[in-house]
Every structure is written in C-alpha cells, then in structure tokens.
Design a protein. Structure first.
Length: 179
C-alpha cells in the first residue's frame, strides 16, 4: 500500500527491515545505543559487530529520547543506519506523542542531511516500549506526511512492519489520511 504526497511517497510493507533496498534504515534503539532485542537486535546481528563499536565510539553518551543519530551500516546493503530513540509508553501523559514525532522528524532530517532519497522505518516504540500500535501509526504517519509536504524529500518513506496486525494499523491510518 502506498500514498503519494506531492513528489514523495509513503509506502507500507510487511517484512524484514534489514532486507530493504533503501539508502537508510531506522533502528528502534535504546537511549544507551547498547543493542537489544526486536528490531534493534535484528539490525545489530545483520550489520555485524562493527556497528556496536561505531555507536560506542561516536556516541559514548548515547542518544536522548525523541532524537536520532547516524552511523554507517556495517554489513547491510544500505548506506546509513539512523538510531532513533522513541518514548516508553506511560499512558500518554508524559509527552510520548511529541517524543515519538520528534524521533521520526529527526530521522527525516538526517535523511535530508545525508542526501538519502529513500528511508525505511519500523514502528518505533511499539514493541518493548509498549506504545499502542493504532496511536503510533497515526502519529508517525502524520508526522512523516507533514515533513514530506514541507521539505519535499526524501522521495520514498517506507514503513516496514513486522506482522499483519501492525501492517493493518498503519494501513488504516494511512487510508484515513488520504481521504
């Protein structure tokens, strides 16, 4: 499923983010950039041990929630990995929506700064961090749409969703945006 916004496109896919043929992929990182499970673990395993060395060397203090940092991609075929730190869900009363939007925006800014024409995102904060999938889909897609309409880049933003439930939530949110 995809939708065009000006000269840019948002695309939804179900699958493995490490297998995407894009300029940059986004890692759902923790604030220590220490590797972990889920998307983070899969990206670190696929990229190899040099990725962990690079994050520790370049970012010894980690990364703040709501932000992102860029590294090379190790053994992956993409040019960059943007390590985004989304918020832990605390019931929606701790600024989670703004922090989630900020993490997506920062990745898109990094894509522009690094001349990326395409980027692939996971559903940030929806795994171990517990952000409700429907709310995350709405907030992330509206943030990306707004950025694309303002900046007119990158050309392709793909959301790579792990399972049918998350794909369905994002598909419903994207469809509602295009009506």
């Amino acid at each position: 499923m995809n939708e065009q916004f000006g000269s840019c496109r948002i695309e939804l896919a179900q699958g493995d983010i490490t297998a995407q043929q894009v300029d940059a992929i986004v890692n759902a990182a923790n604030s220590r950039l220490a590797g972990g499970g889920g998307v983070d673990g899969a990206i670190h395993r696929a990229a190899g041990p040099k990725l962990m060395e690079e994050t520790f060397t370049k970012f010894p203090d980690g990364c703040q929630t709501g932000s992102a940092v860029a590294t090379s991609a190790g053994r992956l075929s993409v040019k960059f990995i943007f390590h985004a730190v989304g918020p832990i869900w605390r019931g929606g009363v701790a600024g989670e929506a703004d922090l989630l939007a900020s993490a997506y925006r920062r990745c898109l800014e990094l894509a522009v700064d690094h001349s990326c024409r395409s980027i692939a995102f996971p559903a940030l904060s929806t795994g171990a961090y517990g952000y409700p999938m429907d709310l995350a889909a709405e907030r992330s897609l509206s943030t990306v749409r707004e950025f694309l309409l303002e900046q007119k880049q990158p050309e392709l933003v793909r959301f790579v969703l792990f399972d049918g439930g998350s794909f369905g939530a994002f598909a419903r949110a994207l469809e509602a945006m295009s009506e």
